[in-house]
Write a protein that binds this ligand. Structure first.
Ligand code: MG
Length: 172
């Protein structure tokens, strides 16, 4: 059974993951509007990944006999001038999410909830990848600057991204 403190914290995280999904969907829609379909594709897949993160937490709360309590999702920005701006915001946001996950991990330890701590390990590792990927894309867009051909090619590269459900969900 989950402690009340742990259950509340996990429910907060569901909201944070869904807010992340909403943020990336907004980014995807803005770049679709600008005709950058590859960049839009990357963010729309990120939208799905964040929904999957929320789903992992929801499944876990249910598995532990807790109650999922969905809360309102706050508004997100709707304007990014360039992909570089959006990826800078992505990195800043993912760093915040990493801090949230670390805080959940600390709560799990203080509550002696080792099952939750173990489940969070997946997210700890996932955040390393999220931050690394955002940084790599910042580096690429910075390198290209305003070069039209470079932007065209990088947009094509991001168009190739496909969605794969996290193995942790596939196993459930
Ligand atoms: Mg996430």
């Amino acid at each position: 059974m989950l402690s009340e403190k742990m259950e509340n914290a996990l429910n907060e995280q569901i909201n944070a993951e869904l807010w992340s999904a909403y943020l990336y969907l907004s980014m995807g829609m803005q770049f679709e509007n600008k005709g950058m379909d590859g960049v839009a594709n990357w963010f729309k897949i990120q939208f799905k990944e964040e929904q999957a993160h929320a789903e992992i937490f929801m499944n876990y709360i249910n598995q532990r006999g807790g109650r999922v309590m969905l809360k309102p999702i706050a508004a997100v920005d709707t304007d990014w001038a360039t992909p570089l701006d959006a990826f800078k915001d992505t990195l800043a946001h993912e760093r915040k999410v990493t801090a949230l996950i670390n805080n959940l991990y600390a709560i799990a330890e203080s509550e002696h909830d080792y099952a939750t701590r173990d489940r969070l390990t997946w997210f700890v590792n996932e955040q390393v990848e999220e931050e690394e990927t955002a940084q790599q894309l910042i580096d690429k867009f910075t390198l290209i600057g305003n070069d039209g051909m470079g932007l065209y090619m990088l947009n094509q590269e991001l168009a190739a991204r496909t969605y794969t459900a996290p193995s942790i969900l596939a196993a459930e």
